[in-house]
Each structure stands twice: as structure tokens, then as C-alpha cells.
Design a protein around this ligand. Structure first.
Ligand SMILES: NC(=O)c1ccc[n+]([C@@H]2O[C@H](COP(=O)([O-])OP(=O)(O)OC[C@H]3O[C@@H](n4cnc5c(N)ncnc54)[C@H](O)[C@@H]3O)[C@@H](O)[C@H]2O)c1
Length: 371
């Protein structure tokens, strides 16, 4: 199979769909890999690294799209990219179609077979191609929160770990899933006094067992959350209700009960945010203030560490990418129901129910499509 990897064109996206290591594996499996020139630069991979891996460097995205059997990317295809997709071509990338009728329309019209990273599943009910980015965002949250807390950035002027004679910052993490756990571990590692709140007692039991007092756990009732928020120097929003907008867990009224200059880091902003006063920001202008409280709400946090994120994503996507290339998408999806869960679009038909429901479109069963 000829696998093509174009340069990402979404603004401020520095990741790349294939690392040189992934290219090397694909070549070792007998496939041809074509990479658009400069595609890996944002993540620190130059053309020479891909050439050394056995890939061919191509001048333009047009040529990559025109000749590849499968396109491997990071972000959803942008409008000019969608025009280049064609019938029979496989697209393997993040899509997030439910809130995006235009993209859905274009993918259906192109006739391509689109497999979305975010809906591929695993045996434990997880989302293995989303998890690495949650791990990255979770670990970044205390880092950016600590920066936000610095006085020059509008924050409270509190050091995460304190110093001898001065206590540490109080950090509350709401949501103890992948993001929350990684955030709590880093914040605790920085010496902060950390409490993780979740609605799931099963999850709280796991955290308590696994991390043995590294951080405290608490039930995320409204009252308990409000009590802890009043005391907090930093609150990390890390909740997820799959398929739904994030619930608003701190209201604007509550801001006046908080310490002036405290930091709210809303990682759940990509699902609308879990603080009433959150609005999406960018890496170029990440923070803003409301009622004396600093907000950090960057919707694509992993982009800040494009190299780590690219390698982490590549580790997770590689086995699926190889299966698709080795067997062809139909056989690969037949053999692996988790990969089949990633199938969103095939030959002008929508094959993912949640997207159909969100957009009011007809859906064909993916099982039917692979028959
Ligand atoms: N901003 C970014 O760049 C970025 C990057 C990665 C992930 N995210 C987002 O971070 C959020 C968390 O992702 P995740 O992978 O950790 O999800 P996850 O499913 O692993 O964890 C979510 C946790 O939230 C808990 N929860 C749900 N409702 C709650 C409530 N009302 N109060 C307390 N806890 C509640 C769940 O029990 C679960 O443990 C998602 O919205 C995800 O899209 C954002």
C-alpha cells in the first residue's frame, strides 16, 4: 500500500501523522511511504529523518493526496484537503464529526473511507487513540497552571511546592480519569497539596489504591466541590461525560468566593468547558481574567508539546495503521471490532450512530458495510 502523510495545515498544529519510526515500520512491512516535505518539522523531524527511514519526500500535499492509498494525519481534514480525497482512499486521523456538518458532508461526498482515531475502542472500554492526548494534557495542566499562578501572569503569586516554612499550593482536580490522574500526579510531584474529585466511587477507589496517598480523593458532590474550591489556589477541570457537553461545575457566582488570583485550568474546554466562565483560548493568548480569577482554557493543549504528543500518538496509532496497510481496511476492520468502531464514513455512507444522531443523518451499520 502507498501510505501518504501530508503536512498539517490547521492553524497552530505542529504535530504530524507519522513519525520516522512509524514510516520505518511501514516500509519494513513492504509498504511505500510518502511524506510531504517539512511535514515533521514542527515536531522536530526533518525530511532527512524520513528519508533515512525509507520514506520518499514529496513536494506538495496535492501529490500526496493524489497518489496515496491511505492518508495518515492528526487533525480533521481542512476544506482544501477534503477536496483532494477520493473514492476508495482511506483516511486515518482525528475527525470529531458530530459537531461538524460541513466536514461530514464533504467526507460523504468524497467517497473515501474515513476511520476516526477518537472512536477506536479497546477491550477495557477505553479510547486508546484519545488516551495519549489526555495523558499529555493532564501532565501539562499543573505546568501551565503553575505559570498562570505567577504574579506577572496575573496569578496569586503562589509556588506549587512552597518552601520550608511556607506551605504548598492547594490544587483541586475535578474528574479523576486519564487527564485528572496525570494532572494530580504532576501537581503532587511538584509538591502541591492535591485533591482529586470524581463522581465515580469505583474510580476513587482505584486512585486511592493505586497512588497510596500521593494525593487525596473526594466525592464530587456540589457542596464538597464548593468547599474545596474556596480554599484552592488552582482548580483543574478534567471531567468527561462521553458524547455530552461538559457539565458546569463552577458558576460565575462562585468566583467571588475564591482566593484572588487563583487559577482555573479548564482541560475539558474541548467539550465546552466545565466552568461557567470558560471560553476557548489559544497557545498564542492562553489566559484571561474574570472577577479576579485567572482562566487557562486552551482547547488543543497537546500542541504545546508537539514532539512528545506526536511520538505518543504515533505509538498508539502504529499498530492500527499497520493493520490497515497490511490487510486493507475491510479485512483489518473485520478482524478487529475495535478498529471497526473507528469507521465513520465509507463510500458516501455514514457508519457511526452518534454522528448520525447529532447531525440528523441516516447511518448504515458498519458491520453491513464490511460484509
Ligand atoms: N484541552 C485539551 O487539549 C484536551 C486534551 C485531551 C483531553 N481533553 C479533555 O479532557 C476531558 C477529560 O478527558 P479524560 O480523557 O480524562 O476523560 P476520562 O473519561 O478518562 O475521565 C473523565 C472523568 O470525569 C469524571 N466525571 C464525569 N462527570 C463528573 C462530575 N460531574 N464531577 C466529577 N467528575 C466527573 C468521570 O467519572 C471520569 O472519571 C475531556 O473533556 C477531554 O475531551 C482536553
Amino acid at each position: 500500500m502507498k501510505i501518504g502523510c501530508p503536512r498539517e495545515i490547521k492553524p497552530q498544529e505542529f504535530r504530524v501523522g507519522m513519525t520516522p519510526v512509524a514510516a520505518q515500520e511501514a516500509v519494513a512491512h513492504g509498504h511505500e511511504v510518502i511524506i510531504e516535505t517539512g511535514a515533521g518539522l514542527g515536531a522536530g523531524f526533518d525530511d532527512a529523518a524520513y528519508k533515512a527511514a525509507g520514506a520518499t519526500i514529496i513536494d506538495t500535499a496535492e501529490e500526496v493526496f493524489a497518489s496515496a492509498d491511505m492518508i495518515v494525519k492528526v487533525k480533521e481534514p481542512q476544506a482544501p484537503e477534503r477536496k483532494m480525497l477520493r473514492e476508495g482512499q482511506v483516511l486515518f486521523t482525528y475527525l470529531h464529526l458530530a459537531p461538524d456538518p460541513e466536514q461530514t458532508h464533504d467526507l460523504l461526498e468524497s467517497g473515501c473511507t474515513a476511520i476516526a482515531y477518537e472512536t477506536v475502542t479497546d477491550d477495557r472500554g477505553g479510547l486508546p487513540l484519545l488516551a495519549p492526548m489526555s495523558e499529555v494534557a493532564g501532565k501539562l495542566a499543573p505546568q501551565v497552571g503553575a505559570w498562570t499562578l505567577q504574579k506577572a501572569n496575573g496569578g496569586r503569586g503562589v509556588l506549587m511546592g512552597g518552601v520550608p516554612g511556607v506551605g504548598p499550593a492547594k490544587v483541586v482536580v475535578i474528574g479523576g480519569g486519564v487527564v485528572g490522574t496525570h494532572a494530580a500526579r504532576v501537581a503532587a510531584g511538584m509538591g502541591a497539596d492535591v485533591t482529586v474529585l470524581d463522581m465515580s466511587l469505583t474510580r476513587l477507589r482505584y486512585l486511592d489504591d493505586a497512588f497510596r496517598g500521593e494525593f487525596k480523593t473526594g466525592y464530587a458532590s456540589k457542596g464538597h466541590t464548593a468547599e474545596l474550591v474556596v480554599e484552592a489556589d488552582m482548580v483543574v477541570g478534567a471531567v468527561l461525560i462521553p458524547g455530552a457537553a461538559a457539565p458546569k461545575l463552577i458558576t460565575r457566582d462562585q468566583l467571588s468566593t475564591m482566593k484572588a488570583g487563583a487559577a482555573l485550568v479548564d482541560v475539558a474546554i474541548d467539550q465546552g468547558g466545565c466552568f461557567e466562565t470558560s471560553r476557548a483560548t489559544t497557545h498564542a493568548d492562553p489566559i484571561y481574567e474574570v472577577d479576579g480569577i485567572m482562566h487557562y482554557c486552551v482547547a488543543n493543549m497537546p500542541g504545546a508539546v508537539a514532539r512528545t504528543s506526536t511520538i505518543a500518538l504515533g505509538n498508539a496509532t502504529m499498530p492500527f495503521m499497520l493493520a490497515l496497510a497490511d490487510k486493507g481496511w475491510k479485512q483489518a476492520c473485520t478482524d478487529d471490532p475495535h478498529l471497526l468502531n473507528g469507521l465513520n464514513v465509507h463510500a458516501g455512507q455514514l457508519t457511526y450512530y452518534a454522528v448520525g444522531k447529532a447531525l440528523g443523518l441516516d447511518v448504515v451499520s458498519p458491520q453491513l458495510v464490511i460484509k
